[in-house]
Ligand binder design. Structure first.
Ligand code: EPU
Length: 338
C-alpha cells in the first residue's frame, strides 16, 4: 500500500484525458482502506473513489487522493430454490460479474452485459440498459463513511434508487465508500427481451427457446455495433440523461414532431431519448477538432485523440443550449464532472 504522487490518470478514465491525481493509491481490502482513512491528513483531503473511470470527466488535475479498490471476490453466500445471494467485491469489473452470473445461469443482470465500470460503482448511478437496472438485483450494499470510518450496511430500500441515481450520488456523494455489494439473482431466470433490438438480434438464432447466455450475446452484439470502444475512442457512454417531461410539454413537442420517440414511464411522465433530441439539432457526427458527437449515437461525446476536457465541456454546453432553444427541454449530464 503506497501513495503515488502526481500520478497520471490517463489509463484510469475512459475519456483518456491525461490528468493527474496529486495522490493515488491502490488498495486490496477493507483493512487497508480503514488503515488509510485513519490517517488524519489523508482523511481531510478531498477523496475520490475510482472504479474504471468510465462515467467521469476530469476537468482538471485532481487535488486530493484518488483511491482504487481492487478487492476481487465473488462468492455465493446463500441460496434457496428460487434465489441465489452473491457477495461481490467493489473492485470487481462489472462485466466479469455478469459473465460469472450468466455462466451459472443466474438471471437478472444479463441485459447489463459489457457495461464498463466496477461493481462498487454500478449502484451509485443505478446502471441500466435494455430494460434492466441494477437496482432490481441489489440486495444490500456495504461500505464505510469516510469521516468516521464506520462500517454501514444499506438495504436496497435505503439506497433511494431512481433513474441513473441513488443516495450515493446525492446525499452521500463523496462521503461514503462502497466496498461490497450483495446481489440477489434468480435461479429461474425470466428473460427480459422486449427491448426492440434484443428481440431482432435473438431472432437471428436458429431456435425459439432462448437462454440468458443468448441474451448476453445479443446485448454484446448490439453494444459493440452502436457504442464506441473506449480503447479506440475516448468516451464515457451516455453523456446526458434522457429527460423526463410532463404530458403537456410532450404533446406540444409531438404536435410539431409526430415521430418523436418516448417512454410513458409514469402518469404524466414522458421520458424522451436525449440522443434523438440532440440528433434533431444536427449534432450527430459533428466534430470540433478531436471533440465530437458520435456518428452512431448522438448521446455519446467523444475524445477522438487529443481533445482536452474543456473542449468536451464546451461541446456539451452548446448541445444543451441548442436542445433547449429548439425543444424547450433542459438536458442534464449523466457523466460525473469532477
Ligand atoms: N436516438 C436517435 N438518435 C441517436 C440516438 C438515439 O434518434 O443518435 C433515438 C432512437 O429513436 C432510439 C432511441 O433514441 O430508438 C433510444 O436510443 P438507444 O436505444 O440507443 O438508447 P438511449 O436512450 O439513447 C439508454 C441508456 C444507455 C443504454 C441504452 C440501451 C441513458 C442515459 N442511456 O440510451 O446507457 O445502453 O438506453 O438501453 O439512459 C449509459 O448510461 O452510459 C448508457 C450507454
Amino acid at each position: 500500500m503506497e501513495i503515488q504522487r502526481n500520478y497520471s490518470l490517463k489509463k484510469y478514465n475512459t475519456f483518456n484525458f491525461d490528468v493527474k491525481a496529486k495522490n493515488f493509491i491502490e488498495i486490496n481490502n477493507e483493512e487497508e482502506l480503514k488503515l488509510l482513512l485513519s490517517d488524519k491528513d489523508i482523511n481531510n483531503m478531498p477523496i475520490l473513489m475510482l472504479g474504471q473511470g468510465s462515467n467521469i470527466l476530469f476537468r482538471n488535475d485532481f487535488d486530493g487522493l484518488v483511491i482504487k479498490l481492487k478487492n476481487q471476490d465473488i462468492s455465493v453466500i446463500n441460496e434457496d430454490d428460487i434465489y441465489v445471494y452473491i457477495k461481490v467485491g467493489g473492485g470487481v469489473i462489472w462485466d466479469n460479474f455478469v459473465d460469472f452470473a450468466v455462466s451459472k445461469n443466474y438471471g437478472g443482470v444479463e441485459n447489463l452485459s459489457l457495461i464498463p465500470g466496477t461493481v462498487g460503482a454500478a449502484p451509485i448511478q443505478n446502471i441500466g440498459a435494455y430494460g434492466q437496472e441494477v437496482k432490481d438485483t441489489v440486495f444490500s450494499i456495504k461500505g464505510y463513511e469516510i469521516s468516521s470510518i464506520n462500517e454501514k450496511l444499506f438495504m436496497n430500500s435505503e439506497c433511494k434508487f431512481g433513474y441513473r441515481s441513488s443516495i450515493f450520488k446525492h446525499e452521500l456523494r463523496n462521503k461514503f465508500i462502497i466496498t461490497e455489494v450483495i446481489f440477489r439473482l434468480s435461479k429461474v431466470p425470466i428473460l427480459n427481451i422486449n427491448y426492440g433490438r434484443i428481440k431482432s438480434e435473438l431472432e437471428k438464432l436458429p431456435k425459439n427457446d432462448y437462454s440468458i447466455a443468448d441474451v448476453r450475446e445479443a446485448v454484446i452484439n448490439i453494444r459493440q455495433s452502436k457504442l464506441p470502444d473506449t480503447d479506440k475512442i475516448g468516451n464515457a457512454g451516455s453523456f446526458f440523461k434522457n429527460p423526463e417531461i410532463s404530458e403537456i410539454e410532450f404533446i406540444a413537442i409531438q404536435k410539431i414532431n409526430p415521430q418523436i420517440p418516448f417512454y410513458n414511464t409514469a402518469p404524466d411522465v414522458y421520458k424522451i431519448p436525449a440522443g434523438w433530441l440532440i440528433e434533431q439539432c444536427g449534432w450527430k457526427g459533428k466534430r470540433f477538432g478531436d471533440a465530437g458527437c458520435y456518428t452512431e449515437q448522438a448521446l455519446i461525446l467523444c475524445n477522438y485523440g487529443s481533445a482536452q476536457p474543456n473542449e468536451i465541456i464546451k461541446l456539451a454546453a452548446l448541445i444543451k443550449k441548442s436542445v433547449y432553444e429548439k425543444f424547450g427541454v433542459a438536458i442534464t449530464e449523466e457523466v460525473n464532472i469532477i
